[in-house]
Design a protein around this ligand. Sequence first.
Ligand code: ARG
Length: 467
Amino acid sequence: MADGSSETKSSNQMWGGRFASGPDAIMEEINASIGFDKKLYAQDIRGSIAHATMLAHQGIISAEDKDKIVHGLDTILSEIESGAFEFSRRLEDIHMNVEARLATLIGPAAGRLHTARSRNDQVALDFRLWVKEELQRTERALTALIAAFLDRAEEHADTVMPGFTHLQTAQPVTFGHHCMAYVEMFGRDRSRVRHAIEHMDESPIGAAALAGTGFPIDRHMTAKALGFREPTRNSIDTVSDRDFALEFLSIASIAATHLSRLAEEIVIWSTPQFGFIRLSDAFSTGSSIMPQKKNPDAAELVRAKTGRINGSLIALLTVMKGLPLAYSKDMQEDKEQVFDAAESLELAVAAMTGMVRDMTVRADRMKAAAGSGYSTATDLADWLVREAGLPFRDAHHVTGRAVALAEQKSCDLADLSLAELKAINPAITDKVFDVLTVEASVASRTSFGGTAPAEVRKQIAWWRARN
Ligand code: ARG
């Protein structure tokens, strides 16, 4: 360790004024964020250009220094993008890496860039810009997934399949209707994304360390230059909170949960036992030992990615929950969670879009399954209420006896003879056979949001006008 007079390790060039020695190697390792926050380089440079431009406009720095700064930052941007830039862990994070390089490129003018700001508002700005752009990417990705489902729904508005509760055959539905259930889910995810963009659309820069600044800055000018609706209204909150990141992670977790349920259905549907769909070669894998196999690996991985995304949400909630206002270094742990969740979500949505677009729907298998398991029993009960005037509870009982008889004879409800049905309840006529087919069953469910093909087509048209 240094004794104060001689420096064993060089102190930091950004804040080393009151330090006699540099950090221990372990200190440097735990402190550095450059390994992951270099992802924010474009946002950092854009933010600095807006800040320097505003400082010059307000007469806080000279136009000449501003020009040097902007030119230097442009050079750094191309250096980073060409791979020529050397990131240094000693310089801790992206902000100090960029500023140190600026000093090398343009000399003392670089030191004026950090007037009236702090890394606290700088990191809040960079990260907000990044999350906002990620939310915009998520919005586009969800739109593509919804479009894929709308196409499949239209194509299969009449394709009958079993609807399930408890994964037991419940009532016939159409595959189009089932697809539209996912359109609703991903549509809500997308509207959550849009709300989050609105919530976070405020510029942090100018909050400075936590208290604002005495320099005559114009935060409205930087907000506008950076594409924000307005500046944030409280400097302490601005550097303290990461709710925009938490909101992204909660939206991502909910969307991942929807994707995971879809993934689970794809896994089930593509088994030989169900055989409702066949995945394309492009979105499945083979087995190295069993030549007959075609595995739904992409769906399984989408299902699994939900674990990491949910984990990221819990991790950041836990980081934030005990922090006093304003900034604490704990908050540096926000980025990796968000970057990892964002990458996982993007991949999961893209893989699902591909699987939904490419899969072969086996309408014959769906229809055969739709008719089994007495799926039209409710239709028989409804018919008894409607045509024979029975109270629903009695109709339910009569239908139960018909199902028991069919089960005993190992046949479908529609295979029972009129005489057999009349023996259970004399009010039954041969008209009943019109409702016992799966097609008649789905066509009859015309209530708003119901599975009747005509109704499903209406919902598809409603969504097409909004996608
Ligand atoms: N790398 C830091 C982070 O990600 C930047 C802010 C540092 N601020 C500070 N006061 N040390 O949070």
